[in-house]
Every structure is written in C-alpha cells, then in structure tokens.
Design a protein around this ligand. Structure first.
Ligand SMILES: [Zn+2]
Length: 401
C-alpha cells in the first residue's frame, strides 16, 4: 500500500508469471516459449476497500511458431489501455447510473478513463449485437445543444418491436445522406427484413424510406401528428395573445397562463385550468376554436377501418381549412399531402404502439441534457448507445451493479 499527500492511499499489486507456465501468444493464445520481458506496465484495477488499486507487471514476449516474437496474452488487459478490463466494465456499468463525472469522482479516476471505458464497452456490444428479427423501425430527428444549425440535429433509428425497443443507430444531422448512412450501417439484411417503418413527415426521411424500404409499410407516427397539432394551437394562442395585448385587453393575460393546459388532452384537464379552458371555449376566441379542432382530431385514432378513418380525415381537414386559423390550415394541408401514409396507421392494425418513439425520444433527451458532461459529439453518441442500445456486455467476473 502506498500513500501520497493530497492523493490519498492506493494499493499496488505486483504480479509475477507462474514459473512453470508458459506465456501464451497474444494472436493465437497457444503456449509458446519465452523470449524476453518488457518494461513494467501499470493497470488500474477495481478499487479495493475504497482505495485505488493498480496491477504492476512486466509482460513477457514469447516466440510463437506461427506469429514470431510477440507480446504474451494478458488476460486482464486489452491492447495498450492503462485500465484493466474488469475496471472498464465496472466503470461502464456505473456510468449508466451516475453521470460520467460522478463516476470518475466516486471511483477516483478521470473523466477520460470513464469515457474510454464506456467506449470500449459499447464497441464490444456493437460488434456482438444481434440484428436479426428487426421488424419495426422508427426514424426520428432529435434536437441537440444550442442553436438550429444543421449540426444541432441528430438522426436516430430505433427498433420499435414490442419484444425489443432499442436504439439501433444515431448520426449527426437530419439529411437524406444521414439516413442513408444509418441504413447502410445496419446492413441490407436488416432493411430487407423490415415490415414497418415509422417516421415523422420530414421530407428527406420520407424520400429515403420510400427509395430503400418501399416493401415495408410506412406509417406516419401518431405522436408526431399530435405534436404538430399542439404546436399549431400554441401558435394561434401566441399570436392572439399578442394581438390582444396590443389592443390592451385583459384577456391576453388569461391566455398566457393557459399554455400547458391547452396541450393536455381534454379529459385530463382538471381544477382551475379546466374552468379557464371552459371560459375560453365560451369566448369564441381563435385559441378556443383551434383547441377544439385539435381535440376533435383525437377521435381519428379511434377508428378501426381505414375507410372510415379516411372519411374522418377528409371531414376534419375540410373544417380546419375553413377555420381561418393559418397554423391549423397548415397542419390540415400537411395531413392531406400525406394522407396515405397517415392511414397506414390503421393498416398496421396496432402493430405499432403510439408511445414507443415518444418514450425513446424522452430517454434520449435525458442523456443529451446530461450533455454538459459530454465535451464532444462522439462522447454523447457513445453515451446514447450505452444507455439505450441494449447492447450485449463482455463477460466479467466483477459484476458490481
Ligand atoms: Zn501465435
């Protein structure tokens, strides 16, 4: 055991090879006669009794009949990494529960060491994951960081089958090239095997999906359509609120506080907010009409038959187009333009659950928001695979969590 002022105590474990056992070739793992020994190296091991612990060892070089003079196989180490595999696995598992910075603090190591450990863990998982049986895929864009530059968006590809929901791929930007890159990375077998693809009405995605996964049923996601409706209601409310404010009317204040209430589905509005919404509805204000239109649209999802759903869509868009509320008319035009893909929702007959993409998106946001810890995009990408990829894990004798 050693100690140093300011750094605390640490444990050094000196390892020696067994005199009667030959080293193994690092290429083929077969025993081979010794050649010489290299300088001592140090690896960080899992902390013992709360103290940093290091292995010290002088690796042997062996003369393999097939591979010549090579460094021996060292079971606790991989390549030139200064951390043992056990410790990398240990840090990586904890890094799912704590932020990377906290993990580094608690286990007395550096942020960089945590990053490299998670990276190793994720790379192993990606190399060993199984991609058979992906039937339903969700494609979405996620905003990341500050600003609205192209680099502030991510394209994510999920598996959204009922038996397995996970992040399959993530890449920078939301262009056609990005999605093509993602589908290529997953491989033609995965794309060929798809039965359902679920996405937003984002044009570059629609085009790539039509070109590459035309055999799958392409469904526009219910969650995205609801989002567009909510945004339209909010736009109407904001412009009406500022119009009233300009005219000095007291009602603008009331509208201001209704923002979140209006996003909720009618039956879930309670208490004071409920009274305010009712007052608003009686008022015949533009916001009230927009909200009522949005609420009516919920009935759309209750249909079982494609035919009736289509008829409802015609009726609803007709009403919205005549509403003189520009944001609502915009949504109606968008829904009409993509009518077939929206009706595919009913053709998928409940194979796709509405909340899946939304739920995964929310989980992604938790990770990206933790992002002040992630100094680079690369680090965040690793973190996303780590938390949402459901990747297989390397075997380890040191499972602590
Ligand atoms: Zn060999």
């Amino acid at each position: 055991m050693r100690s140093d002022q300011g750094q605390g105590d640490w444990i050094e474990i000196k390892l020696e090879p067994h005199a009667g056992m030959r080293g193994r070739c690092s290429q083929c793992r077969r025993p081979a006669p010794g050649y010489d020994r290299l300088l001592e190296r140090r690896w960080q091991f899992v902390p013992l009794w709360g103290m940093r612990t290091y292995f010290h060892y002088r690796p042997r070089r062996v003369a393999c009949v097939e591979h010549g003079v090579v460094v021996e196989h060292i079971p606790w180490s991989e390549g030139k990494r200064p951390v043992t595999c056990a410790m990398m696995g240990f840090l990586a598992r904890w890094a799912r529960r704590l932020s990377w910075r906290e993990t580094a603090q608690v286990f007395q190591t550096s942020w960089e060491a945590v990053y490299r450990s998670v990276e190793w863990f994720v790379q192993w998982g990606l190399a060993h994951r199984e991609l058979h049986g992906v039937e339903a895929m969700g494609v979405d864009e996620i905003h990341w960081g500050r600003g609205l530059r192209a680099d502030n968006f991510l394209t994510v590809i999920y598996q959204i089958d009922a038996h397995c929901r996970r992040l399959l791929w993530v890449g920078k930007r939301r262009s056609k090239a990005t999605l093509r890159r993602g589908l290529k990375a997953l491989g033609p077998e995965v794309v060929q095997g798809l039965s359902f693809v679920c996405s937003d009405m984002w044009k570059p995605y629609l085009q790539v999906i039509a070109a590459q996964a035309g055999h799958a049923l392409h469904v526009l996601d219910r969650f995205h359509i609801t989002t567009h409706l909510n945004q339209a209601v909010d736009q109407v409310r904001r412009s009406e609120s500022s119009r009233l404010r300009a005219a000095g009317k007291a009602r603008s204040q009331g509208l201001k506080h209704l923002r979140w209430g209006l996003l909720r589905h009618g039956r879930r509005i309670r208490g004071q907010v409920r009274q305010r919404v009712h007052a608003l509805l009686r008022s015949k204000m533009a916001t009230a009409r927009a909200w009522e239109l949005k609420e009516t649209f919920f009935d759309f999802w209750k249909y079982k038959s494609v035919l009736w759903a289509g008829a409802f869509l015609d009726y609803w868009t007709e009403r919205a187009l005549r509403s003189r509320l520009e944001p609502m008319r915009k949504v109606a035009r968008m829904l009409r333009a993509h009518q077939e893909l929206i009706l595919n929702w009913f053709r998928a007959k409940g194979e796709i659950s509405a909340g899946t993409v939304e739920g995964l998106n929310n989980k992604i946001r938790v990770v990206t928001r933790r992002s002040y810890g992630f100094r680079t995009y690369e680090a965040m990408e690793i973190a996303l695979y780590h938390t949402l990829g459901r990747l297989p894990e390397p075997e380890s004798a040191h499972r602590f969590c």
